[in-house]
Design a protein around this ligand. Structure first.
Ligand code: PLP
Length: 427
């Protein structure tokens, strides 16, 4: 009997490329048929066949208070009843902007957009407009959305010029992006020594969550801050994933590093399309209509999305919220590691706040190259066995996982118990 998931996937592939509206959803990395979801509640989601899963994806991060939190649902319903959008300013946008400035002291002014991609793309243009320079630096394995200048990989040979990592990105545009190794402070120093006066911006995921999970080394963060200041380049911390996820003040609060610009998304939209970029007032003053850097959006600051974001950000400010979240993520990673080691499996795991990484390898990776050395086949096998057992992990060995405040210690214990059974029969 074909399942409802399978039928939906067959039909979707006829009208949607690959059957999905974002590639990783297609399960290409892990194989098999993607799940179509019909509903979520708290820490759980149900697929089109009615099967229930403990959710460790959380819509790729936004669902930090769990699915269908009653306060978020009510705020969205109330906002919708007042009008779905006006393409004109509203008081709730001001409330959200004030809240972002209050929680993140590095943000003196902020502009709302609708996706993380828009936020990073706009921040790059703003940095270029502010500095009058063209070149940007990014790091291998970091993802900053799908704009042309950021879909770039390291060029072979010449250190300076990146190459497109997607067809359709002009080589001329990719050549303006220099791609360096994550956590390589010396590499960054060398690049600045060679062409520091050409660099408009350095953009980085302060905890890399789009190559599984890689934490930043202290000297890497410090080098980034110091070199940008010294050479007049704009430091953009892309906190689309880490913002309100690794701590209330994101990675910048967790590690104590002050960016010039910050990009936000995911959690700040509470599950709806709201994102933002903001930072130093002198830089933000360059943005239209104040300045000459153009940026706009019909749906920017949409009142329904803003309502979801505002309510989510109020909930995460509850005392002890991040302590609980961090504890759950730590229990999960420590429990899985202990179980794998008990059964003699090369495995390790770590968490930062409410995000975690699982690796089928002897040691924690610190770079893209090391992430690539993890046993992908082992992960895929583990992923499918966990899925069968009702635990939904990200369908790729190269994505971070997320816990929500709706997860309980019992949920975590059940997940570890399911993994223990799988690891016991691993050989
Ligand atoms: C998800 C993500 C983006 C892109 O955000 P979208 O809303 O998917 O466009 C950018 N940067 C980081 C760090 C992300 O995790």
């Amino acid at each position: 009997m074909t399942s409802h998931n399978e039928e939906l996937f067959i039909e979707s592939q006829k009208v949607i490329p690959g059957g999905v509206n974002s590639p990783v959803r297609a399960f290409r990395s892990v194989g098999g048929t993607p799940l179509f979801f019909q509903r979520g509640q708290g820490a759980y989601v149900w697929d089109a066949d009615g099967k229930k899963y403990t959710d460790f994806v959380g819509s790729w991060g936004p669902m930090i208070v769990g699915h269908c939190h009653p306060e978020v649902v009510k705020a969205v319903q109330d906002a919708a009843a007042q009008g779905l959008g006006f393409g004109a300013p509203t008081a709730t946008e001001l409330e959200l902007a004030n809240l972002l400035c209050k929680i993140l002291p590095s943000i003196e002014m902020v502009r709302l957009v609708s996706s993380g991609t828009e936020a990073t793309m706009s921040a790059i243009r703003l940095a270029r407009g502010f500095t009058g320079r063209s070149r940007i630096i990014k790091f291998e394995g970091c993802y900053h959305g799908h704009s042309d200048g950021l879909l770039v990989k390291a060029g072979s040979g010449a250190l300076t010029f990146g190459q497109p990592s997607s067809s359709g990105v002009p080589a001329e545009i990719a050549a303006l992006t220099t791609v360096l190794d994550y956590n390589d402070a010396a590499g960054l120093e060398k690049a600045f020594a060679e062409f520091g006066n050409e660099i408009a911006a350095v953009i980085v995921e302060p905890v890399a969550g789009n190559m599984n999970l890689v934490t930043p080394k202290r000297d890497f963060l410090d080098a980034m801050r110091n070199l940008c200041t010294k050479h007049g380049a704009v430091l953009i911390l892309d906190e689309v994933m880490t913002g309100f996820r690794v701590s209330l003040q994101g990675a910048q609060g967790h590690y104590g590093i002050k960016p010039d610009l910050v990009t936000l998304g995911k959690v700040m939209g509470g599950g709806l399309p709201a994102a933002a970029f903001g930072g130093r007032r002198d830089i933000m003053n360059c943005l239209a209509p104040l300045g000459a850097v153009y940026q706009a959006g019909t749906l920017s600051g949409n009142p329904v999305a803003v309502a979801a974001g505002l309510t989510t950000l109020k909930l995460v400010q509850a005392p002890g919220f991040y302590d609980k979240l961090s504890k759950l993520a730590k229990q999960l990673t420590e429990g899985l590691t202990a179980s794998a080691h008990k059964h003699g499996i090369a495995f390790c795991a770590q968490s930062v706040g409410g995000m975690f990484g699982l690796y089928f390898s002897q040691s924690l990776p610190t770079s893209y190259a090391e992430v690539m050395q993890c046993d992908k086949e082992a992960f895929n096998r583990f992923f499918h066995a966990m899925l069968d057992a009702g635990h939904y992990l990200a369908p790729s060995a190269f994505e971070a996982g997320f816990v929500s405040a709706a997860h309980t210690e019992a949920d975590i214990a059940a997940t570890i118990a399911a993994a223990d059974k799988i690891f016991a029969g691993w050989k």
